[in-house]
Design a protein around this ligand. Structure first.
Ligand code: PLP
Length: 420
């Protein structure tokens, strides 16, 4: 037995045969493995390490909270100072007037919470037939029960039998298609549209000009709740606090995770506007029996504060705007490579080098060989759905680090091309 660790999202036959990559420590935008090899982190972990690695002030805040009171259930009327203060702080950053925050432990739980919340909202407000959840093809909303049911790529659903009903997908780039789908099914059946503003794990598909505004209007015109999943985009990744702030959206709810703590401690949640809140907080609504052991975990919320301080103090939202240009500039020339179809970049610190579709069709394992090969050239990246290579470094990466990513990916592409 090569390992007893069953890895998430892994081909365990290959891992057991090929071995594991053991990472050891990190600093800024770089990570070292246990052999001492240095890598530039092209993916910020899994789109989360916005402030980079080795931030003592986050470690100190988490340790101090652990010494004081590491956690206590926040069910009912219980709270802790960092948790209540974080809810205030997140609400003040969000583009939703008078917002409140429901905490979870990660993106998946945030999505589960929000699907249940929007369906129950309609039940509380006398329209219980509004159960349908609409999402974009290629979208990703995590892999828990509801998340797997609304995900936009079928590979995540393979072999697990019936999932949650009343979910539909619409073409990812068309607001008209959303309108048509809602009209066809009947708005009186539709609970919410969950919009991943940049489709991330599904390939880094940037929203077409005007798309986000248009889908918000489609929802508003039909009384459908508009939920934006900002698990990737939130807290700096797109050069603003949220994609919703950057694009002037006012969703009914925003899911978040990742960048709220830069992943130092798992934390997620949903920012909820007055429309949803009022229904749940009314005298008649009673207890909503939903929540998690770690909802509002005090160590996680304590870690979030210095993370937000760093984002503010070091101007990392502005740095993401610079990276928007630097990534496009550094990665753009890779589009000419024989194995590459296109480079998608130009919205915050999020990009993908897409292996040509015909190459992927002929040799589906090729993108993974490039990803693994990039390690030999000092780059940690990841293969996205459809064969794109993820580029979303920590926001603290400098231009030299960006160039390291581009040259490492080019070298890996050359190696794989040479292998034939
Ligand atoms: N939503 C989006 C947009 C995501 O990208 C992810 C994870 O990458 C999730 C939800 C699920 O988050 P988690 O993996 O923390 O459950």
């Amino acid at each position: 037995m090569a390992t007893r660790f069953w890895h998430p999202v892994a081909d365990m036959h290959a891992v057991a045969a090929g071995g594991e990559l053991w990472l050891d420590h990190g600093s800024g935008a770089h990570i070292w493995d246990v052999e001492g090899r240095r890598y530039v982190d092209a993916t910020a972990g899994l789109w989360y390490a916005n402030v980079g690695y080795g931030r003592d002030e986050i470690v100190d805040a988490a340790a101090a909270q652990m010494r004081r009171l590491h956690a206590y259930s926040h069910y009912g009327d219980v709270s802790t100072e960092p948790t209540s203060r974080l809810a205030e702080r997140i609400a003040s950053l969000a583009p939703i007037d008078d917002a409140v925050v429901f905490f979870a432990s990660g993106g998946g739980e945030s999505v589960e919470t929000t699907v249940k919340m929007v369906r129950r909202y309609w039940s509380l407000t006398g329209e219980p037939d509004r159960t349908v959840i609409v999402t974009r093809e290629r979208c990703y909303h995590g892999l828990a029960g509801y998340g797997t049911s609304i995900v936009g790529t079928d590979v995540f659903k393979a072999g697990v039998g019936p999932l949650v009903g009343d979910t539909i997908r619409v073409p990812w780039a068309s607001a008209d298609a959303l309108a048509d789908a809602i009209d066809e099914i009947g708005a009186e059946r539709v609970a919410a549209f969950f919009c991943e503003p940049i489709i991330g794990a599904g390939g880094v598909l940037l929203p077409p000009e005007g798309y986000l505004d248009a889908v918000q209007s489609v929802c508003r015109d039909r009384g459908v709740l508009f939920v934006v999943d900002e698990v990737i985009c939130g807290f700096g990744r797109v050069g603003d606090w949220f994609a919703s702030t950057r694009f002037g959206l006012e969703p009914d709810a925003i899911t978040f995770a990742k960048g709220i703590t830069s992943g130092y401690v798992p934390l997620g949640g949903v920012i909820v506007g007055p429309r949803l809140r009022d229904a749940f907080w009314s005298a008649e609504a009673g207890v909503w029996r939903h929540g998690y052991t770690y909802s509002g975990h005090a160590t996680a919320t304590a870690a979030a504060h210095p993370n937000l301080d760093i984002l503010e103090r070091e101007g990392l939202l502005g740095r993401a705007l610079e990276l928007e240009l630097e990534l496009a500039d550094a990665l753009g020339p890779l589009a000419e490579h024989a194995l590459v179809g296109e480079v998608r970049a130009g919205l915050g610190a999020v990009a993908a080098v897409q292996i040509d579709e015909s190459v992927v069709a002929a040799d589906p394992g090729l993108p993974d060989r490039v990803t693994l090969g990039a390690r030999d050239h000092g780059v940690l990246t990841r293969t996205l759905v459809g064969g794109g290579l993820q580029v979303s470094p920590p926001l603290v990466v400098d231009r030299e680090g960006v160039d390291e990513i581009a040259s490492g990916l080019r070298a890996a592409l050359d190696d794989v091309a040479a292998q034939g």
